[in-house]
Design a protein around this ligand. Sequence first.
Ligand code: 6PG
Length: 246
Amino acid sequence: MASVKPDVRIFEDLDTLSHAAADVFVESAAEAMLQRGSFLTALSGGSTPQALYQRLALTPYREQVDWAHTHFFWGDERCVPPEDLENTYRQVHDILLAHVPVQPGNIHRIRSDLPPEAAAEDYARVLMEHAMPPLEWPRFDLVLLGLGSDGHTASIFPGSDPNPASAMLAVTGEYQDRPAQRVTMTPPVFNSARRILFLVSGEGKSAILADVLNDEANPERLPAQRIRPLDGQLIWMVDQAAASRL
Ligand code: 6PG
C-alpha cells in the first residue's frame, strides 16, 4: 500500500500547538472507543509533549477521554529506574497518569529497571500479548513522536539498523545530556499505527525539520524519515519557530 503524504500544521507557539494536540488525542480516543471499545496510545518523552500531557489532565480534556479503556504504551524509554526524573514513564505518571482514572493494568511501561536488552525483550513480549495478527504487536490508534535536532525520533538515532529484527531494540544514543541507554520500538511498529502525531517546537528544530520534510530521503542521517505509516495518518504539528525554514 502506498505511503500517505504528511499533513503539516503550523501553530503560533507551543501553547496553541498543545491545545490542538490535545484535541487530536481526544478525537482519536473517541473514534477508537466507538469502533473498537478501547484506545491504544504510544507516548513519547522529551520536553515538547509535556504541555500536552498537562492539558489532558485538566478540564475540559480530562472529562472527554474514557480513561478506563485507554491503554498506555511508550514508544521508547530511557534506561533509568522509574523513580528517576529522566524516566519517561515517571514524567508521564507525575503529570498525567496520577491525575486521571486510568486502570493500573492498562499502563504498559517499559521495564527500564532491567538491563536494556532484557527490557527490550520484555517489552516485545508485552507487545505480543496485545498483538493484532498478522502483526506481532498492537496496531496503535495514536502514536506521539518528537524530533531531535540530530534527526532522531523515539530512540531511533542516525545510523540505526535499517532492517531491525525485532519490534523492540536496546540502543545507545548520545543526545544532549539525556540518558544514553535506551529501549525503542522499531519503525515497523510505528508504521502500522492508525495515526502518528509528531510534535516539534522551537527555532532549534527548524533546520532539521526542513531537512526531514523537504530533503531527499536519507533515513540513515534522518531517522525521522523512517516514519511512514503504511495505512494510517501522519500529522506534523509544529510551531512557527520550528517551521521558520520550511
Ligand atoms: C526522549 C525521546 C526523544 C524526544 C526527542 C525530542 O528523549 O525521551 O525519545 O525522541 O522526543 O529527543 O525531545 P524534545 O521534545 O525534548 O525536543
